[in-house]
Design a protein around this ligand. Sequence first.
Ligand code: ADP
Ligand code: MG
Length: 577
Amino acid sequence: MAIIGIDLGTTNSLAAVWRNHRVELIPNAAGEYLTPSVVSVEDDGSILVGQAAKERLVSHPERSAAGFKRDMGTGRRFHLGEHVFSPEELSSFILRSLREDAERYLGEAVTEAVVSVPAYFAEGQRAATKRAATLAGLRVERLLNEPSAAAVAGERVRDDEQKLVLVFDFGGGTLDVSLVELFENVVSVTAVSGDVHLGGRDFDTAIARAFCQECGLDWTRLSPRQRGNLLHQAETCKVALSSREPVLMSVMDGEISASLILTSEWLLRKCGTLFRRMTAPVRKVFLDAGTPPSELDDLIMVGGSSRMPTVRSYIARFLKREPLKNYPPDTAIARGAGICAGMKAYDKELRDLILTDICPFTLGVDVINQSEPGRLLMSPIIERNSVLPTSRMGVYSTTRDNQDKVEIRIYQGENRYCADNTYLGKMELSVPPAPAGEQSVRIRFTYDVNGLFEAEAVNDVGERTRLLLRDGDMTEEEVRSRLRELEKLKLHPREQAANREVTARGERLYSVTVGQTRYQVGQILDWFQAQMTTQDPLRIANARRKATHFFDQVERYLQDADFPEGEGYGFDPEEEP
Ligand code: ADP
Ligand code: MG
């Protein structure tokens, strides 16, 4: 029985398998590798998937759905004709269709798969993806992060040297940027960033609107079908422009009849803002990782939108690096998933490849907000982008006199207020009565690559309580044995004099500066604080070096009397020293 690898994309999905010492892409019934992630219900109630469904998006928008990957793990429901589907049910139709294509291609039953998901997918989205697979008759033991999949798709992974790779994945709906470290046979995602509102679709919309404007049409007054048609045309022309120019865009639809000659120069002019937005997540991922871009070894560009020559040259220029050639943009992730499926099947050649992941979101507990008691604040314990498995501790004090217990509520998310984050669960622990602030509780979070999360709280007299949360279908025994392994990994928090010195220096500089400079000092302080909560010695050391460099600069500028005050001093926390 074969195990297949699946790239379940927002726009397109595809499957691959490891056979005869190499990875093979699996063609669908139409002989294509890419299956559009679109579902449509026909009048007789039968389900259409792929290119046919994509066509019906224009002709039968009320019976078709696309882009549902964005809604995985939410309560959103899609009404397709007389049917109502959840995002995971729609995804399961795509998976089922890929599975059937694979069974036909391989001539054997397929009951298991490795499915890739965006590195930033939170627990709920991952669990929903697993449910989708179950619904499609596929067992998924482990989900694979898309950037890891992209990174292992080339031949580079067997190198002995260490490599830092940036995976720039520009798809139809989102831009995902990740830093991946390859070290001997270990592949780990060390930071993720992205723009969830920037993808190929936005270029289609920008092209369609610019077309309307230049041809004297009013976009807002077009019917949904006319818009659908125009978007379809816009996408076709955009794809054509990636390999030749000029391209003629013409739309004949009801009373509309217009045409325009498009060139790359025109595209650049009309979509300039979209192109420029690509660099922000690239800057951010280096900042989050505390690594300068100069340490980057390779650039991998994947996702259909990375086929645009302007995108490639823009990013290549920005990073001063050419993208690697052997990564076909729209199949690399599926190839990587296929390679990992081979590993799962214990193919001898592949057995040694190890993948580790990062935690794509922050996990923390609620704490009292002195200034607004009604709005509990989130206190992070495991910070976003921590390498998994990880174990981190936070120390909290009682807030009331003679408090006899503490209630610890656990949240996931990046927002300052708990109410805006996702609630995961709670635990209670008794504390000996004492004046407020005199008793403390140490809370340790442990989180591993399989989505197993443990919270443990200990009070000053050694009493403890624990909460286990897990997704997927591990048995009690597996859980226990994983935990035993994880016990060994616990790191202890460190308070170092050097860190305090950096903070104190920043605070001083904050008090002696104004305007833009003060604002930047504040930002660097916040950033440094955030780095410290990771409790990752390497990252903290990096952050210290970087913050010190910025502060040196500030001091230099402060001494330079000729420099105009208040305009900012040309240093940017996102820029590398
Ligand atoms: P996803 O990861 O969202 O499933 P893909 O990686 O398959 O998406 O990318 C799909 C996007 O890539 C679409 O917006 C499509 O228009 C765009 N695309 C595909 N080929 C090209 C091309 N040659 N030039 C420009 N854009 C392209
Ligand atoms: Mg993709």
